[in-house]
Write a protein that binds this ligand. Structure first.
Ligand SMILES: Nc1ncnc2c1ncn2[C@@H]1O[C@H](COP(=O)(O)OP(=O)(O)OP(=O)(O)O)[C@@H](O)[C@H]1O
Length: 229
């Protein structure tokens, strides 16, 4: 039996239904179980509407399952109160969306500094880490630009850095390059994978792009709210 501490993420028999008891009830996830070992990078491939975003939100503690358990680094998050769950989300999990969601009034650097300040890191340390991350993804020269002055690929690279700002053990990404043209998507995805591998992160990355999926350790398929392989 595996040591639970070797598992970055365990989803056990997750069920989720929206609008329970109403005519528009949608059963989205049916007994979904997923395990990610530490350092493993897994692609989540699913047709539109299959429940991929719902699953990522539950794994990222942004939404709660109706039944089932979510364990991050061996800690059962479903049993925690709201404050402890928020702290765990901030410190242990990085999230990347299809759209960057950077704060428009702050520079690239400041967007990566802010989540660290919220997590209690000193301003000097936070700036050092933000600079280091921007350098790793090749946008150090854009540190003082606001998001509107960056290209789509640069914005998404900055969003990767923000997700890694607090050195989480687990990265969750929902179509992280889905908003970019194919060439840029390929380059930006390469930068993300380099960063993930260098930092030894575990990651669950949803994508419709099978070429990108093949660059990960394993592909998990979700259909009609069930894991099919
Ligand atoms: N808050 C909600 N209330 C009601 N139904 C919802 C809600 N969120 C999602 N759904 C429904 O649940 C199903 C799964 O949605 P989800 O967003 O998880 O799919 P997805 O696989 O990520 O799709 P896509 O690839 O198109 O983003 C869809 O039928 C959707 O309409």
């Amino acid at each position: 039996m595996n040591d639970p501490l070797d598992q970055a993420l365990v989803l056990n028999d997750i069920c989720k239904t929206y609008n329970v008891g109403r005519p528009n009830e949608v059963r989205v996830l049916h007994d979904v179980s997923v395990t990610l070992d530490r350092g493993e990078v897994v692609a989540l491939v699913a047709p539109s509407g299959a429940g991929k975003s719902t699953l990522l939100h539950i794994a990222g503690l942004l939404d709660a399952p109706d039944t089932g358990d979510v364990l991050v680094n061996g800690t059962n998050m479903t049993r925690l109160g709201d404050d402890a769950r928020t702290a765990a989300r901030r410190g242990r999990i990085g999230f990347i969306y299809q759209f960057h969601h950077l704060l428009p009034e702050f520079t690239a650097l400041e967007n990566i500094v802010l989540p660290q300040l919220v997590n209690g890191v000193s301003a000097a340390q936070a700036r050092d880490r933000a600079s280091m991350l921007l350098d790793r993804v090749g946008v150090a020269q854009r540190a003082d630009h606001r998001p509107a002055a960056l290209s789509g690929g640069e914005q998404q690279r900055v969003a990767f850095c923000r997700a890694l700002a607090n050195a989480p053990g687990l990265l969750l990404a929902d179509e992280p390059t889905g908003n970019l043209d194919p060439t840029t998507s390929d380059q930006v995805f390469g930068a993300l994978m380099d960063l993930v591998r260098e930092t030894g992160l575990s990651a669950l990355i949803a994508t419709h792009n099978l070429d990108l999926a093949r660059r990960m350790d394993r592909v998990l398929r979700l259909e009609d709210g069930r894991v099919v392989g």
